[in-house]
Design a protein around this ligand. Structure first.
Ligand code: HEC
Ligand code: HEC
Length: 213
């Protein structure tokens, strides 16, 4: 990952030097820069489903605003390589280049994931217990151990606080039956298999309320 980030930085460095040289010659700059590309791709391609700032309004389309940069790049790569299966995302990423992944990740991770609507308060309270304590009886680890307080996430552990409950529920069910299997070290498959349906719904209700108010 660090290697790739460095390579990307090198590419940007080369691009910047190229731009400087072009400007020095007094030419009009025609070549687009990656950050602008990302904004254009976001507005013309991603916005239709995820919203222009990444706060999708449709529960089955995940919010991607404020997701960790590292995590976004990994998911886009996994969709492209078929490690994460999605009939919807596969054709979207097919035409994208690795440098687009980094630029898009930078753009969307800089946005803020907005908190969802309060759902069932009792269910959300139960979900909070699951999130912070896990379940000793079934050996379910606490989510906070990896996803941080309020589902803020960190590096490879994605932000889940503020995400649509419908999407969270679906992903946990997918992990439980290994329908989604792109989690390194099987972290999430192990976790989700130990969850009851009630725990899944409860933790999703709790998380949907987090995020930026
Ligand atoms: C036609 C609708 C659609 C479009 C257009 C689309 N997406 Fe998606 N995206 C989805 C769906 C649906 C999923 C969830 C896939 C699944 O079920 O696992 C998803 C998942 C993702 C994820 C993973 C989110 C997570 O929390 O794991 C990322 C990142 C993402 N999309 C980025 C993008 C980017 C960047 C673009 C624009 C280049 C884009 N998407 C365009 C529908 C779309
Ligand atoms: C041992 C660390 C660990 C623990 C504990 C853990 N997770 Fe995760 N979780 C991860 C990692 C790593 C990923 C990203 C997988 C990938 O790269 O696709 C993830 C991804 C997820 C996703 C998918 C997010 C998305 O945007 O698609 C959900 C939902 C999730 N975790 C929920 C939970 C819940 C709920 C708990 C507690 C019951 C929990 N996790 C506990 C490590 C963990």
């Amino acid at each position: 990952m660090i290697h790739q980030v460095n390579r990307y930085k090198n590419q940007l460095g080369t691009l910047a030097r190229g731009i400087a040289a072009t400007m020095a010659l007094g030419c009009v700059l025609a070549a687009p820069v990656h950050a602008e590309d990302a904004k254009t791709i976001a507005a013309t391609v991603c916005a239709a489903c995820h919203g222009e700032d990444g706060n999708s309004l449709v529960p089955m389309f995940p919010k991607i605003a404020g997701l960790q940069e590292t995590y976004i790049v990994k998911q886009l790569r996994d969709f492209q390589a078929g490690r994460r299966k999605s009939d919807i995302m596969a054709p979207v990423v097919a035409a994208l280049k690795p440098e687009d992944f980094f630029a898009l990740a930078t753009y969307f991770s800089a946005q803020k994931m907005k908190a969802g609507e309060s759902g069932d308060k009792k269910l959300a309270d139960l979900g909070k217990l699951v999130y912070y304590d896990g379940n000793e009886d079934s050996g379910l680890p606490a989510c906070i151990g990896c996803h941080q307080a309020k589902g803020d996430g960190h590096l490879i552990y994605p932000r889940i606080g503020g995400q649509h409950a419908t999407y969270l529920t679906q992903q946990l069910k997918n992990f439980a039956v290994s329908e989604r299997s792109n989690d390194v070290s099987r972290f999430m498959r192990v976790v989700a298999k130990r969850m009851t349906e009630e725990e899944i719904n409860a933790v999703a209700a709790y998380l949907a309320d987090q995020g930026a108010k």
